[in-house]
Design a protein around this ligand. Structure first.
Ligand code: C5P
Length: 240
């Protein structure tokens, strides 16, 4: 792997190789898209806010015993991470009903389920990332039963760490999406960023949306909302 070789050319993150085979650089961009990339924009400093938010969250997860691919923040928009073989499966945790689940089940946004709801999606652009269940995930060869048990256990822990962390800064962690990967030694880790791009954050007092829904629904103030999450998190999280 040569330095600067692009490994993943995504919209909001790009991943580059380094001189070390087992490490990559994750670079956060200011680009944002929604509705399968039909809607596009550039949000000034989004890359900086997301990199810092994700770095603080990964440090909190590591501290709480959840392994992640994160090593350290390198700059405003870059972090050094372990190279992971990412499983093409999204794990979504919902503490409050919102978004596609509200639509799919005809539920009121804001309804709090008795316990968090977990969804799995198969990452496949041609299939538009269909929802799958445990049996599909295993049948598709994405994971073994044992790996899925570890994934659910770690996801549960992520939620248990992040919910109180955000509650402490006046934000409800409504839902979030994470992906897992295998390191060279086969160990499963969270191999994803958690930012307002892939989580819903609602201000506890005002109900203001502090996430990508502002962009999806043309509410404006996208950058300032991301900045609010960053500024508040900075008051309670490890920044180094
Ligand atoms: O779209 P839906 O309401 O199911 O999204 C649930 C959560 O997962 C949201 O926070 C959304 O941003 C995130 N998500 C994501 N990437 C996807 C699908 C959902 O980050 N492909």
């Amino acid at each position: 792997m040569s330095r600067d070789e692009i490994i993943h050319d995504g919209v909001s993150i790009k991943i580059y190789g380094t001189d070390e085979e087992d490490k990559v650089i994750v670079r956060f961009t200011d680009d944002i898209t929604a509705y399968y990339k039909i809607k596009k924009a550039v949000i000034k400093d989004k890359g900086l806010y997301c990199n810092c938010i994700s770095s603080m969250i990964c440090r909190a997860l590591e501290k709480g015993g959840v392994p992640t691919y994160f090593i350290r923040q390198l700059s405003d928009t870059e972090q050094l991470c372990y190279r992971a073989d990412v499983i093409p499966m999204e794990v979504i945790v919902r503490n409050v009903i919102a978004g596609s689940l509200a639509q799919r089940l005809g539920l009121q946004e804001g309804t709090v389920p008795e316990s968090p709801i977990y969804d799995l999606c198969y990452k496949s652009e041609p299939l538009c990332d269909p929802i799958i269940n445990d049996y599909h995930a295993i049948a598709l060869g994405l994971v073994t039963r044992e790996e899925l048990d570890v994934i659910y256990d770690l996801t549960h822990k992520v939620n248990d760490i992040l919910r109180p962390l955000f509650a402490g800064i006046g934000i409800t962690l409504v839902d979030f999406k994470i992906e897992f990967g295998r390191l060279a030694d086969g160990r499963l880790v969270v191999a994803d960023e958690i930012t307002p791009d892939n989580a819903r954050f609602w201000d506890m007092e005002t109900g203001m949306r502090l996430d990508k829904d502002r962009f999806r629904h043309d509410n404006g103030q996208v950058g300032p909302a991301y900045k609010t999450v960053y500024e508040r998190l900075k008051t309670v999280a490890d920044v180094q």
